[in-house]
Design a protein around this ligand. Sequence first.
Ligand SMILES: [Zn+2]
Ligand SMILES: [Zn+2]
Length: 761
Amino acid sequence: VKIEARRGCATGVVQGVGFRPHVAGLARALGLGGWVANRGAVVEIFVEGPGVRLDEFATRLVSERPAAAHIHSLRWREAEPEGAERFAIEASVVRAEGGGGELGVGPDLRVCPRCLAECRDPDDRRHAWALNGCTACGPRFTIAAAAPWDRARSSMASFEVCPICAGEYEDPEDRRWHAEAIACPRCGPRLRLEDLDGRRPCEPEAAIATAVAMLRRGQVVALKGVGGFALLVDARQQAAVERLRARKHRPAKPLALMVADLAAAEAIAELDPREREALDSAAGPIVLVRRRPSPGVAIAEAVAPGQPRLGLMLATTPAHALLLAGLGGPLVATSGNVHGRPIAIELDDARDQLRGVADAVLVHDRAILRRCDDSVVQVVEGRARVLRLGRGLAPARLALPEPFAGLPPMLGLGASLQAAPMLALAGRAIAWPHVGDLDEPRTRAAMAGAIEDLSALQGHRVSRLAVDAHPDDPSASWATRQPGAFVDRIHHHHAHVAAVLAEHGRAAALGVAWDGVGYGIDGGIWGGEFLEVDARGARRVASLRPFPLPGGDAAARDGLRVLAGLLAAAGLDVPMLPDTEFAELARFVELARRPRLSPPSSSVGRLFDAFAALLGLCRRSRYQAEAARALEHAAAEHGPAPAYPFALVDGLLDWRPMLAEVLAPEARARPALVAARVHATLIAMIVAVAAARRAPRVALAGGCFANRILFTGASAALRERGVEVLAAAAVPPGDGGLALGQLWVAGHRLLTRARSGVPCV
Ligand SMILES: [Zn+2]
Ligand SMILES: [Zn+2]
């Protein structure tokens, strides 16, 4: 038999996922010789043996790959046999040039069933160990310092491996063979319980049991999780949840729940197969699911007051699982921060932020190197769609158009709300976790840190920056202060549509860019736009008919002001609302008539606010999109309803006929019906513009499409008419996904310049 040899190079998420043990195990099973090693961000393979076996090896390498591995490319070339008889895992090699510039390690992985079984087994040496993990699970992204993935370049480096763990690491038969983060209760990090001053009420062995007892008493326990500290309380105790809300100054925004397993999730929520899949995935995000009318476990009303949906996730780490098992019921699990500050990842910051919020802290000595809040997804039209990109999903990697592979690296910075940076590198966009709203100095500092971290992957500073065109955008002003930076300003709604095109690999579409607010191409306050977008640019072809926002920014926080703007623009009478509101509304209508104090806007988000206020559902949003959600929930309660009349004249969608009908007192007596009809009208507006433009393809973009009724309704109506519909899934539809569109637009601009002979720096 002729012995042949091949060299292979695999890129993608191929480190920290048990890929090398898989490669070596397969080679050994086939009797092949050679080696595998992490080199920079890639995995290199040398294999030799009979040609037919090498073919089988190459096929099964891919088909039997570990669940968390994502191979972007695997290239083979012929090589000279070296007479290797055994197959080995060789030492990792750091590449000076950055190894292709990517972090080869993937997202953090939720604890696996085998590790949980060890935690439950009193005879196992990892029994009850809160930081258990293996080659198939555990933190990666949040503990990796640099490529390649190796213990020495992770926050496990400070823990010396004990002889038993060393034996497991060396043993090809062991499931922790070459598990870089291998450890045990003897040699690894351990959980301990502390009060906020660092005093320890119990031995580490009793940390979980003591914390469970505190939770039972309704106390708040902070836990150092994967991407930061979280605050936990017993979700069944109304007083405990109210106490957490009061201490965290979070009166209304729904809190996420954590349960032990799918059975516990089913007791609380009605799950479809895709929702079960998302909950039980290695990512383990928060999934927005429909609450059961009569749940098997009574959830405190204060968890998600008035919400038909709950944010639910399964135990992320063994620590969570042990706490849930001890408590025997669901936990509220919310970010360990106070308003305006990023989630704490260090003990000092946790003590500082959470003093007066948490009663105790469960902590360990394995450092969190990157902040990563929980991901949030919802299943719509059979797909899990990201609403917030974080733990388990970040870093997300998305393919950019092919010619982008030749462009210099570039950073997209998103916008001031839900800021999240992305790096375009070698034809791919690498999406970093959500940072937060940049209205506070500490969040802005966290954003600068995230940008630094992301560009460090590259080995040098990224000098091309794509930012929002808003003159006051904080990341845009940060970008302009960077020495030697090329700053490309991308209009907000153009980027929203481009993000959807980028995700789906399409070149052009009619984009429906609907959100709360964005700086328009004409400098106006946009948010209800129809843009035809392609590689050359964006053209606004239609929009919502503008209306004044009395008091400008103040109107973004008060639906009654927006309603006044609509009334003033329509020349309609002030409706009879409860006494004080009537007087206020009349005053706002006066204000709306003064153009200098009331800038015009075409925002669909604001239109939602106005109707929510008019119907008495929600006047002031205490968290982002509260009013819009209230309108959506009312519409969902009612079910499908006919649209109101509207007009499309000269590219302006006229909402005045709709407002006139809603103002009738008999209409307002049935708010759920009105809410459903308002949704139906907006859907009909989308269909009308698509028909008028004869659009073969429509991209639904912007935060408004987190609204399930608007999304599914528009999508179904367009498809019925033979229109192809694109929408965000891998990145959020709102500003959290904006950086992807910024990179797409800026990249195309660079390519255009390159084609016209301008050199690409
Ligand atoms: Zn595991
Ligand atoms: Zn050990």
